[in-house]
Design a protein around this ligand. Structure first.
Ligand SMILES: CC(C)(COP(=O)(O)OP(=O)(O)OC[C@H]1O[C@@H](n2cnc3c(N)ncnc32)[C@H](O)[C@@H]1OP(=O)(O)O)[C@@H](O)C(=O)NCCC(=O)NCCS
Length: 181
């Protein structure tokens, strides 16, 4: 319904249940690219699965929890950003993101995440935003670094994937740090 320009050719907007077919078509392009790096529950294979993800986020949003936003480049849904967790009571949230392969390297994700951080820290007065990524996910860690986050530690062998247990990096930024930069 409403969208925010990220650039002339790209916009950020809520990703909702009525996008299920578009989201499923996007996941067909993105699935194998994102599979190693995102939660298994996000990897669905058909429109019903895509709709279930959108419903899960809609229900979280209705409870003032997680939220999901899509990124459209030249009118095509190419990825998105989300509040994986959002807890106004504790003042803390976690941000996540993904792109289909052709949309990588265009500078879309960092400003989209910045929009979420601005809203969380300014409009909602949260204090802390986290970023969790597989320890060998260099592109994801680069986004966290570009956002000004600090690497606070690694949860060892906490990310099982394809028979191997990887570490999970925990990055975070606090409201005063975001406002100062
Ligand atoms: C993580 C992920 C979303 C990062 O995407 P990304 O495109 O690298 O990140 P950004 O949108 O911030 O873009 C930065 C890149 O765009 C380039 N770029 C091009 N035009 C740009 C512009 N106008 N402004 C800024 N950067 C621009 C930058 O140089 C940088 O590329 P480089 O790292 O090769 O130098 C993507 O790699 C991905 O989807 N990976 C798989 C899923 C995943 O890992 N999700 C995160 C789970 S924790």
């Amino acid at each position: 319904m409403f969208s925010l320009p990220l650039r002339d050719d790209a916009r950020l907007a809520p990703l909702e249940i009525w996008h299920a077919e578009e989201f499923a078509a996007h996941l067909d392009r993105a699935r194998e690219h994102i599979r190693p790096w995102v939660g298994a529950g996000f990897i669905t294979v058909d429109v019903d699965g895509a709709r279930a993800t959108l419903r899960r986020y809609a229900e979280r949003q209705a409870a003032d929890g997680g939220r999901l936003y899509g990124i459209w480049l030249d009118g095509t849904l190419v990825g998105g950003v989300m509040f994986v967790d959002f807890d106004a009571t504790s003042g803390s949230c976690e941000i996540g993101c993904w792109l289909e392969p052709d949309a990588e390297g265009h500078g879309l994700i960092t400003p989209a995440c910045g929009t979420l951080l601005d809203w969380a820290f300014t409009t909602r007065s949260l204090h802390r935003a986290e970023w969790h990524c597989r320890a060998d996910n260099e592109r994801s860690a680069a986004v966290a670094k570009r956002l000004g986050m600090t690497l606070e530690g690694v949860q060892r062998e906490s990310w099982p994937y394809d028979g191997t247990r990887h570490g999970t990096q925990l990055w975070a930024i606090l409201a005063p740090e975001w406002r100062a930069q």
